[in-house]
Design a protein around this ligand. Structure first.
Ligand SMILES: CC(C)(COP(=O)(O)OP(=O)(O)OC[C@H]1O[C@@H](n2cnc3c(N)ncnc32)[C@H](O)[C@@H]1OP(=O)(O)O)[C@@H](O)C(=O)NCCC(=O)NCCS
Length: 169
């Protein structure tokens, strides 16, 4: 029999935020205490992957609009861009519940977030997705998918949407 399709949907009040635990306290507490307020204030959108029950959160990510200065990029990329701030999407948080780690969900969520940004960028231009990795281990996770570090911050990484589309992921 086929596996049921994974559901990824906007965070709502019926989701059990309290039970979520990814081993990174700041990421647990963001979901539990801050995420709903950020959504209400329109400073972030938060999406959750459902676990084996409709209220169980197996993983989540957040997205917001942002911009950065082109001098942060490697010179070969910077020279192709204008002098005003470069439009971006920030993947503010990405985390998978401990009970679901190591099963491909982190990758699925990352690709879902990037594809959502690619679709939005048809209407509102986005040059790159930016992430702030919470640890050196997390840097390794993002580098697997083509993210590269900004010049000034080792744990702040970017992925031009053009690169993603070229990779055909
Ligand atoms: C990092 C995290 C999101 C990865 O999610 P996951 O579901 O465990 O990862 P996946 O199973 O999708 O792994 C996808 C691939 O990345 C690799 N990977 C996982 N974590 C990695 C890491 N920290 N560094 C390098 N590679 C990593 C896996 O080995 C796998 O590769 P494979 O298919 O060749 O085996 C998850 O472990 C997590 O939430 N950790 C705690 C919070 C955190 O650090 N979040 C990072 C955002 S700052």
């Amino acid at each position: 029999m086929d596996e049921p399709a994974l559901v990824i949907e906007p965070l709502g009040s019926h989701h059990d935020r309290a039970a979520f635990s990814c081993a990174e306290p700041a990421l647990d507490s963001y979901l539990q205490r801050q995420a709903s307020q950020d959504i209400r204030r329109r400073v972030a959108r938060v999406f959750v992957a459902l676990g084996d029950a409709p209220e169980k959160i197996a993983g989540y990510y957040s997205l917001s609009a942002a911009s950065f200065e082109k001098d942060e990029l490697p010179p070969a990329l910077a020279k192709r861009l204008p002098h005003y701030p470069v439009p971006a999407a920030i993947l503010g948080r990405l985390a998978v519940d401990r009970t679901c780690q190591g099963q491909g969900l982190g990758e699925t969520l990352l690709l879902d977030a990037i594809r959502r940004v690619v679709r939005a960028s048809v209407t509102l231009a986005v040059y790159a997705i930016v992430v702030d990795a919470k640890s050196d281990r997390a840097v390794g996770f993002y580098e697997r998918y083509g993210f590269r570090a900004f010049a000034s911050e080792r744990r702040r990484l970017f992925l031009p949407l053009e690169t993603f589309e070229r990779l055909g992921l």
